[in-house]
Design a protein around this ligand. Structure first.
Ligand SMILES: [Zn+2]
Length: 82
């Protein structure tokens, strides 16, 4: 199971091998898909909690460009198609 719960309580499906480096702050993140099929970058805190990188990125708003191919794979896995 790749479902995680973010600090705020939202459930997100993640594919840990599909991640990237935030262009704004250099943090390594993992792509996740919410229940509403929205893609968000999530990061793990040192305490082992998952948080939306939109929430903690000092350069929030700059990472709108998403690698579409990678995201399709994450979404397909969430829906059990892969
Ligand atoms: Zn960032």
């Amino acid at each position: 199971m790749n479902w995680i719960t973010l600090e705020g309580g939202a459930e997100v499906f993640i594919e840990e091998s599909k991640g990237g480096i935030c262009k704004s702050c250099g943090t390594r993140f993992v792509w996740g898909v919410t229940r509403n099929n929205k893609f968000i970058p999530v990061t793990k805190t040192p305490e082992g909690k998952w948080i939306s990188h939109f929430a903690d990125c000092p350069g929030a708003g700059k990472h709108r460009k998403q690698p579409e191919g990678e995201l399709k794979i994450v979404k397909a896995k969430k829906e059990g198609a892969v």
